[in-house]
Write a protein that binds this ligand. Structure first.
Ligand code: SF4
Length: 347
């Protein structure tokens, strides 16, 4: 792992008070809304699921699926409950790289005190250009219990964060549901943001219904050949991700913003990272969204692609994008009739 990355993460640990083994054991989870409080207007739907016992049931059901894991489209069958690591490198032991307030997310997620991010170690998509490869593919992180994850969520709420932002959560979905059940029992009431590559299984997403408030997806590829090349093994990326977006939208709808705070309360937010030489098939993505989701679907067209990890082995993606390439991506979205575009780069 690069020294600079280690230092940056160490700083985040310190700033967030996240010295897992010591700090989280000392959290008492107390909150103005304590255990056994009734649901109040405006509480996220997962509070009701917790009170009904459904959140725990769902978490336990997903946990059993780690026996021969099929939690992501890899379906690799790893015996995670016996300690075997899957293609994503995860076994049943939860590993977390960092947690803390994050101010670099979309404005609708940040507010005054930041988005309460929790970065999970490991990832199933295995992108050759991943900017977080130390965490997603090289195993940087610390072992953490489900209880500690729940306490982390409560700690982020106490710090005034706007939401719980779960980054690369899919392979730890069972742990997350059980941790959320614990945190809800001790007063967690923040919206839950599921920050995913979008390559989600259709038979897992129902477990997240009324649990996740905001799906924050990264719709990476519009064509399978490119997905297979830059995310090896994700040959079905397009079909799987399209279906997942339909299901996610069905659950949470178009993004809703609290007019008083400007913060996202519920809905689908789509990111798309523009890459050099249009290896992402951006026009296909935008056309599909325009034809299958509401025209005012929130789309963040991102310009910050930086060649990292193994990008140097692929000359066509081993540079940043040009103004012209960014402009072409924006035009593709406009041509698809999309109206809720959030632009970062020069037009
Ligand atoms: S989540 Fe990991 S272990 Fe489970 S199917 Fe996907 S790659 Fe395999």
């Amino acid at each position: 792992m690069k020294k600079s990355a280690i230092i940056a993460l160490a700083v985040l640990f310190i700033l967030s008070g996240c010295q897992f083994q010591n700090h989280v054991h000392n959290e008492n989870g107390n909150n103005s809304k304590g255990a056994n409080m009734q649901t109040e207007p405006g509480d996220p739907p997962y509070v009701t699921l917790h009170q009904q016992g459904v959140l725990k049931e769902r978490g336990e059901a997903l946990w059993q699926r780690m026996d021969s894991c099929d939690l992501c489209p890899r379906n690799c069958g790893a015996r995670r409950l016996e300690g075997e690591r899957g293609v994503c490198q995860a076994n049943s032991t939860l590993e977390i790289a960092s947690h803390g307030p994050h101010f670099g997310e979309e404005a609708e997620l940040v507010g005054n005190n930041g988005s309460g991010t929790i970065f999970f170690t490991n990832c199933a998509l295995l992108c050759v250009f991943c900017i977080n490869a130390d965490i997603s593919q090289r195993g940087y992180g610390r072992v953490c219990s489900v209880h500690q994850l729940g306490e982390m969520m409560l700690a982020l709420q106490r710090r005034g964060c706007s939401n719980i932002n779960l980054v690369s959560p899919s392979h730890y979905a069972p742990h997350i549901l059980l941790a959320l059940d614990h945190a809800a029992s001790k007063g967690l009431r923040l919206p839950v943001v599921y920050n995913t590559c979008g390559w989600e299984k259709a038979d897992v997403l129902p477990y997240l219904d009324s649990v996740v408030d905001v799906y924050l997806t990264d719709f990476k590829y519009g064509c399978n050949a490119q997905a297979a090349k830059y995310s090896p093994g994700a040959d079905d990326y397009v079909e799987v991700t399209r279906q997942a977006h339909l299901l996610m939208h069905e659950q949470v709808g178009t993004l809703r913003i609290d007019s008083a705070t400007g913060l996202a309360t519920r809905g689908l937010m789509i990111r798309h990272l523009v890459m050099p030489n249009d290896v992402t098939c951006t026009r296909e993505i935008m056309q599909w969204i325009g034809n299958n989701l509401p025209k005012d679907t929130y789309i963040n067209i991102m310009s910050q692609y930086t060649p990292m990890h193994r990008a140097k082995d692929f000359p066509e993606i081993n540079r940043r994008i040009t103004h012209h390439e960014y402009r072409q991506a924006v035009e593709a979205a406009e041509d698809a009739g999309l109206t809720n575009l959030h632009l970062q780069g020069p037009r």
